[in-house]
Design a protein around this ligand. Structure first.
Ligand SMILES: NC(=O)c1ccc[n+]([C@@H]2O[C@H](COP(=O)([O-])OP(=O)(O)OC[C@H]3O[C@@H](n4cnc5c(N)ncnc54)[C@H](OP(=O)(O)O)[C@@H]3O)[C@@H](O)[C@H]2O)c1
Length: 306
């Protein structure tokens, strides 16, 4: 792997976090975001990231200012992982511009994606992504919805770009259970550092086959749609946070996200939001203690009882 200035900064941050934080998988200090290890390198990554598929709307100035505020709050509280895609209607450009203005590009862990949803060659998409962020290296480059892509022919160029230092990690993504068999096959071929999958307390099917493959193969897991695209909030709209959960959660957002990242095989979760106060709520889910396995079971039972 080629080292550049971005690696140096990230490596330094990881080292100081380890030295300072006594980083553990189950608990962080109240105001320090918990980090977990990326299995293929040992690098640390904060457990709460940010999904930016709504950022394409940020071409409108007032919406852009609000998105900028969400990102500022996220970063001020220790968040680094930002997930976007070449296919999120302008999200990459808006995100790249805001990161530059906030001088956060170097600190961010930039995860983007590309798929063959149009005629544009993959290499052009990569170059466009690098240009949107003004960097010569992306942290994570993912095959978007791998189950619908010619991934066997897409992985070799990604390996080449990793060798050349244009990307640091290779990933694959999916968001529907129907995609899981193909994702399992892609995970087993090797050369994949990250897999991004649908995971939340109401959608736990990845626990059966995909999480064990990730553990066995040393693949980092990022959980997407952690709120079921908001449906989990609808399910609890007139429900009080249960007493047992107040031990580790201040809000329903905390409850859902802490469930996700307390699974030992889940590295990080990437909630999406367009609201600054939700960005704060979400990143705070990475702080303090996570539920134990017994409490996770109580969370599952509580949600199933609604
Ligand atoms: N195949 C793929 O690769 C794939 C597919 C789907 C998603 N993803 C990734 O996953 C990310 C997350 O998915 P998503 O945004 O669709 O779904 P999500 O994170 O499950 O839910 C987002 C919804 O939750 C609400 N919300 C967020 N934080 C909240 C809080 N603290 N309290 C109350 N409501 C809150 C948001 O509303 P507000 O805006 O009002 O906060 C929004 O309606 C995407 O941005 C994308 O990066 C990847």
């Amino acid at each position: 792997m080629n080292l550049n200035r971005r690696d140096f900064i990230k490596g330094s941050l990881a080292t100081s976090a380890m030295a300072l934080g006594g980083i553990a998988h189950a608990q962080a200090a109240p105001e320090v975001i918990l980090q977990k290890t990326i299995p293929s390198t040992g690098e640390l990554l904060p457990v709460i990231g940010f999904g930016t598929n709504q950022y394409g709307t940020g071409t409108d100035l007032s919406i852009r200012n609000t998105l900028k505020q969400t990102l500022k709050i996220f970063a001020e509280n220790g968040g680094t992982l930002l997930d976007t895609s070449s296919h999120y209607r302008g999200s990459e450009g808006v995100l790249g511009g805001i990161l530059t203005e906030l001088q956060l590009t170097e600190k961010a862990f930039i995860a983007t994606k590309a798929g063959q949803f149009d005629e544009l060659p993959l290499e052009t998409k990569l170059n466009n992504s690098l240009a949107h962020f003004g960097v010569d290296q992306l942290d994570l480059y993912q095959i978007h919805n791998v189950a619908f892509q010619d991934w066997r022919n897409m992985l070799p160029p990604l390996q080449e770009w990793k060798q050349e230092g244009k990307i640091r990690y290779i990933g694959i993504t999916g968001s529907e259970d129907v995609e899981h068999p193909e994702i399992a096959e892609a995970m087993r071929t090797g050369g994949v550092d990250f897999v991004q999958l649908n995971y939340n307390v109401g959608d736990r099917n990845i626990e059966n086959e995909l999480l064990p493959i990730a553990r066995e193969r040393g693949i980092a897991v990022v959980g997407n749609v952690p709120f079921g695209q908001g449906s989990l909030f609808s399910a609890v709209s007139d429900v009080e946070l249960p007493e047992f959960a107040r031990e580790f959660s201040q809000s329903w957002g905390n409850f859902f996200l802490k469930y996700n990242v307390s699974h030992p095989d889940v590295t990080a979760s990437i909630p999406g939001t367009s609201k600054p106060h939700h960005a704060l709520d979400n990143v705070q889910a990475g702080m303090g203690r996570l539920p134990t396995s017994a409490e996770r079971k109580m969370q599952e039972d509580f949600m199933a009882s609604l």
